[in-house]
Write a new protein. Structure first.
Length: 479
């Protein structure tokens, strides 16, 4: 199969690049080892749109963070995903550390962060009444925001797909080799011949880079544990509350989510295993202790789930974006750890621009830059909702009671471009299964809908693709 560009990885960076490249008349493929988009590093993160004060001044990370933050609001309107500028606070607990807080402020100003200021204790407690008693001041960044990482990534992917990008799932890249002026990207089932390869493979980006370049990269998976609190805690904190950054990043935060939950995390533990997303008792205890210092009286009895994600930490601590000197046509998008989610719109523009400058493609006159997400009946008036149910009765059948998700929404999630194929795919698109019961009630009905809409048996429905089948066998006696 011949393409102009093959993108390895369907996380937020890969999908942002795909969407930007679809503005041109190019044949583009996205190759992903999992069964859906947003299954790796992009899946389990804080959902924070950082203001841009933390990255070193003059770094690529700083420039793309600020640019991505500024682009996110308009992008959310174009692609119909949830985003809110709730502002962020970086807490100072000890006056001896005030120079560090002031240095962070100065760095933010140099990076171009707007409206940044230091607030003292009285104003801090007016902004965030639940802040811990040890906090004496904070760096306040009103431009900080929160986003749904699933919503952002899926929106980018769907829009790219609508504009002609082809996605190949369950396709693990096994080899990349030079072919003439281009490359051959090999999976178990296919060979993709292409002029350009984009390496957006998260924690595996060093593996693919090292296949083609003599200048080696080394990425350390940095595990972060999280706790998610029920939506009954909505409003407990209004801002994203950080502590002063340490050697391993921005540290544990307490933040609202765009869906009304409260999120605690992440820890930072360097590991070797690139699939090591298990939580640990030690990590969760550390998380609770650190979060409790930032915000008093955390309602930990409202925790509905805990999980862990991996950040792709490259040894340089900087985003690695561009072509190695000895591997032209191979574009790294590596080391995309925090603030990678915040930077994604700018990363997409940067990489697409680099490739367009080399290939000189024609503009795609049929490019459509907008997309509508899944209709949420709860956002309609009573009259509008009644009319919707009259026309489409499936929107009157409640499937997930915790998150109030209807059959109509799940059908849409399965049948739309790049539709969900698994329980987790439906969950990422509709939140069915993300509530207090963690899919204990709704999963059987959701499985029935997936099986019906995809024309498969219940036994073929998985939790997350691959071998994660939920029904292992149906006896004749039960039929």
């Amino acid at each position: 199969m011949k393409y102009d560009v093959v993108i390895i990885g369907a996380g937020v960076s890969g999908c942002a690049i795909a969407r930007e490249l679809s503005r041109y008349q190019l044949k583009i493929a996205v190759v992903e080892k999992e069964e859906d988009v947003c299954c790796g590093t992009s899946k389990a993160n804080s959902g924070i749109v950082h203001a841009g004060f933390d990255a070193p001044s003059g770094s690529l990370m700083a420039r793309l963070n600020v640019a991505g933050n500024e682009a996110m609001e308009e992008l959310s309107r174009e692609l119909d995903f949830s985003f809110r500028r709730n502002g962020s606070l970086v807490l100072l607990f000890d006056e001896e550390d005030r120079p560090k807080l002031e240095a962070l402020y100065a760095r933010g100003v140099e990076n171009g962060v707007r409206e940044l200021r230091i607030v003292e204790q009285e104003e801090l407690r007016q902004l965030e009444p639940q802040v811990g008693p040890e906090a004496v001041a904070a760096l306040y960044a009103p431009t900080g925001g929160i986003v749904c990482p699933f919503g952002l990534t899926i929106a980018l992917a769907e829009n790219a797909c609508t504009n002609g990008v082809e996605f190949y799932f369950d396709s693990t890249v096994t080899d990349i080799r030079r072919k003439g002026d281009g490359w051959s990207v090999c999976t178990a089932d296919d060979v993709f011949d292409t002029a350009f390869v984009v390496n957006a493979a998260g924690v595996y980006a060093d593996v693919f880079h090292n296949m083609v370049s003599g200048t080696k990269l080394h990425i350390t998976p940095r595990r972060g544990d999280y706790c998610l609190l029920d939506r009954t805690t909505e409003g407990f904190v209004k801002h994203t509350v950080f502590q002063l950054p340490g050697k391993q990043g921005k540290g544990v935060l307490v933040s609202p989510t765009v869906h009304g939950n409260t999120l605690l995390g992440p820890t930072a533990i360097d590991i070797e295993e690139k699939e090591g997303t298990n939580t640990t008792r030690q990590g969760l205890d550390e998380l609770q202790a650190k979060a409790g210092r930032s915000v008093a009286n955390l309602p930990m009895n409202q925790v509905i789930t805990s999980f862990a994600g991996l950040r792709a930490h490259e040894d340089s601590g900087e985003f690695i974006i561009g072509e190695p000197e000895d591997a032209k046509g191979f574009v790294d998008c590596a080391g995309i750890e925090s603030p990678g989610l915040s930077s994604a719109p700018a990363i997409g523009e940067l990489v697409a621009g680099l490739i367009a400058d080399r290939l000189h493609p024609l503009i795609n006159e049929n490019f459509c830059g907008s997309r509508k997400g899944i209709l949420n009946p709860a956002l309609l008036s009573k009259e509008e909702r009644a009319e919707l149910i009259r026309k489409k009765p499936a929107y009157g059948t409640m499937i997930c009671r915790c998150e109030m998700v209807t059959e109509g929404e799940i059908v849409d999630a399965v049948t739309r471009p790049l539709g969900a194929k698994s329980l987790d795919g439906v969950k990422r698109r509709t939140r069915a299964g993300m509530g207090r019961c963690q899919s204990g009630f709704c999963s059987p009905r959701t499985m029935e809908i997936i099986a019906r809409e995809r024309g498969i048996s219940m036994e073929e429905v998985t939790k997350a693709g691959g071998a994660s089948r939920i029904i292992c066998g149906i006896s004749k006696d039960s039929l």
